[in-house]
Design a binder for this molecule. Structure first.
Ligand code: NDP
Length: 333
């Protein structure tokens, strides 16, 4: 397929351009709000066409799909424009600023018969898929709890709007809690019902939170503990799933690369769990292309993106209000 990039972004530069090409995809054009930036970015990455006008990119012949990785407040309007132009859409998380906007995007794609996916990379990793398979096969019995450790140190080149611009979707909750919501839904196969939370600005955030801790209840009765931060240089990441017959310890797995170790602990002892070390973003592209070709579903659908945003926004509202929130999926989950 021929792709248009909407947003001359870091994530496209560091991961998605390579992933698209590795999956045999052609990147035909890039659009940026700034003509200079579009030109520089296109030249640096060997992209034939640079555009500052979104409609011009969408009018380019032969482009069948777009990858949207602009700042969060732009996703909604850009996705709707792409869908109106008949393009399949792979959109970055969070899908939008509100659940209603996100649901709007998904509905528009569905009505147009187009594939719409959310770029939740973690569920594409071999490690997360191995943990999900262990749970689904009953190796740890009934799941009692899931702990998600996702407190990192945001590198300087990513700080920008994430730490000081709420209007662009800044803050650790739309940035990382939204991923953790997707991880919990993916691993446990159910959707959080209520959340309680606290958040703080612990050194990086200016006008937005840079740290959050929350507890979610699941329909099965399992509890989820989730910790995200931009300010933790040495914390490491990971997740633990505890069940009646065993526990899974996955350390270093909340990453963009195939890294980390998984151990399964049961009455029989402790065993290392192997997993596929494939590239997470290439997997996302492969699953998306398969969906466009009618051979399956995207790794994370539009509905998954609506649901993860709903959980993240409930966490923020719970932290803001100090009150337990029922997650409002807007009819999507
Ligand atoms: P960037 O800040 O790198 O890019 C976002 C937008 O900011 C670009 O589209 C560009 O706008 C503008 N911009 C970028 N760099 C500059 C610059 N030097 N000068 C002026 N403007 C600039 O964001 P990220 O790549 O970190 O994130 C983009 C999206 O991807 C977000 O929605 C984020 O949540 C998501 N993301 C997802 C990840 C994942 O693993 N799924 C990981 C990281 C981010 P324009 O295009 O108009 O030039």
């Amino acid at each position: 397929m021929r792709w248009g990039l909407i947003g001359a972004s870091t994530i496209a530069e560091e991961h998605m351009i390579g992933a698209l090409r590795a999956a045999g995809q052609e990147i035909a054009a890039v659009q940026s709000g700034s003509a200079d930036r579009a030109r520089d970015y296109a030249s640096k990455h060997g992209i034939p066409l640079a555009q500052s006008d979104l409609q011009a990119l969408l009018a380019e012949p032969g482009i069948t799909a777009v990858y949207i990785s602009s700042t969060n407040e732009k996703h909604h309007a850009q996705a709707l424009a792409a869908i109106r132009a008949g393009k399949h859409v792979l959109c970055e998380k969070p899908l939008a600023m509100t659940v209603a906007e996100a649901a709007d995007m998904v509905r528009a794609a569905e009505e147009a018969g187009l594939v719409f996916a959310t770029n939740h990379h973690l569920r594409c990793s071999g490690s997360h898929r191995a943990v999900r398979d262990l749970i689904a096969s009953g190796r740890i019995g009934r799941v009692l709890s899931l702990r998600l450790f996702h407190a990192v140190h945001l590198p300087p080149h990513l700080q920008g709007w994430r730490i000081d611009n709420p209007d662009a979707g800044g803050g650790v909750i739309p940035d990382i809690t939204v991923h953790d919501a997707d991880v919990a839904r993916f691993l446990l196969g159910e959707d959080p019902v209520t959340v309680v939370a606290q958040m703080s600005a612990s050194g990086m955030g200016q006008g937005v939170e840079d740290s959050a801790m929350s507890v979610w209840t699941m329909p099965s009765g399992a509890m989820v503990l989730s910790h995200e931060s931009f300010t933790h240089p040495f914390a490491g990441s990971g997740l633990e799933v505890h069940g009646t017959e065993g526990s899974i310890f996955a350390t270093g797995v909340m990453t963009q690369r195939p890294a980390g170790e998984i151990a399964l602990v049961t009455a029989q002892g402790r065993e290392a769990v192997p997993y596929s070390p494939h590239n997470l973003y290439e997997q996302a592209v492969q699953d998306f292309v398969a969906a466009v070709e009618g051979r399956g579903r995207p790794a994370a659908t539009g509905e998954d993106g609506v649901a993860s945003l709903a959980v993240a926004l409930a966490v923020r509202e719970a932290a803001r209000s100090g009150l337990r929130q029922t997650v409002n999926y807007g009819g999507a989950a």
